[in-house]
Design a protein. Structure first.
Length: 313
């Protein structure tokens, strides 16, 4: 999905799909077929840390799925909100990430303090720092438990920019359907350690997850998921059912798929084949062309997938 330095550009889009994989043969979570050990409880470590970081960083967590040896996260970067925080608020939040850091400001001149706090402010909306704070803490706990040292995660997380709202919702569905697609769950409700399972269990917008548009007053919808929760559940329910079907004509898709401008057959083929992996960016053909123009790239992977997913493009 491309190099992080090339993909992370919040001036182009604020939505991203991030993936981290375990580098060792041993599983991160679940039952390891090699050793026979069960690490299912480690999924809770990651969920707890994700929600903790979402309350500290300038991000909104839209979707996630904690799998046996990899992790998916979909979020929105809110750089504008971070830039409005006072210096005191930046220091308070950064101190939650790294205890003792606020003491480094003692004795600094006003100019030096401003520079140091400015660097911390930038880190609080930076996805590389977000993933670093997530992965390093989990790696330390797992290494201590396994009584070993060395890398736990791959050196680089993968990053896929999501260029428009349809791309965001398509990617969220892809992430939330991971356990069902892998045959690890039979329903959305039993897809444990995913954002959709938490949303179903706590209908009134679980703390730490970005709410859907219908879950907040109209004046408070900045940063929300641009869809009603019922429509999103309908999208997932239909897609999950059709992905599991081995043959036969698909049932009629819900209206929400047409409203999003998605091709139902293209969506199913993408979900079945895990086709999001073939794209370095996700969006419509039009938004991908704009992305290419704005970044000065000659070409990006994702145009073929965009043509398959979107009606009339």
């Amino acid at each position: 999905m491309g190099l992080r330095s090339e993909q992370l550009n919040v001036e182009t889009t604020s939505y991203y799909h991030l993936i981290s994989r375990c580098v060792r043969r041993a599983f991160l979570c679940g039952k390891d077929p090699y050793s026979g050990q069960d690490f299912e409880y480690r999924r809770e470590w990651i969920e707890e840390r994700l929600f903790e970081l979402a309350q500290i960083f300038g991000v909104e967590l839209h979707a996630y799925a904690v799998m046996s040896n990899h992790l998916h996260v979909v979020l929105r970067v809110d750089k504008e909100r971070v830039e409005k925080w006072s210096d005191a608020e930046v220091v308070r939040r950064y101190g939650k990430l790294f205890r003792g850091k606020p003491r480094e400001l003692e004795g600094l001149s006003t100019r030096e303090r401003k520079t140091r706090v400015g660097a911390w402010r930038e880190r609080l909306w930076n996805l590389s720092w977000f993933m670093r704070c997530l992965n390093e803490s989990i790696a330390r706990r797992a290494n201590a438990e396994d009584e070993c040292t060395g890398r736990f995660w791959e050196g680089r997380f993968r990053c896929q920019p999501l260029l428009d709202e349809t791309a965001l919702l398509t990617c969220m569905a892809y992430v939330d359907l991971n356990p069902l697609r892998a045959g690890l769950a039979k329903s959305l409700k039993t897809s444990t350690h995913t954002s959709i399972a938490k949303r179903i269990a706590q209908r009134d917008s679980p703390a730490g997850l970005a709410p859907f548009a219908d879950q907040v007053p109209p004046r408070s919808r900045r940063g929300t998921v641009p869809m009603d929760l019922a429509g999103y559940v309908a999208l997932l329910t239909w897609t999950a059912r059709e992905v599991r079907r081995s043959s036969g004509r698909p049932h009629d898709p819900p209206d929400v798929i047409r409203e999003l401008g998605l091709d139902a057959n293209g969506l199913l083929e993408t979900m079945k084949a895990q086709g999001l992996k073939t794209a370095s960016v996700l969006g419509s053909p039009t938004t991908i062309d704009s992305f290419i123009d704005s970044t000065g790239k000659a070409w990006v992977r994702g145009k073929r997938l965009a043509n398959a997913l979107h009606v009339g493009e």
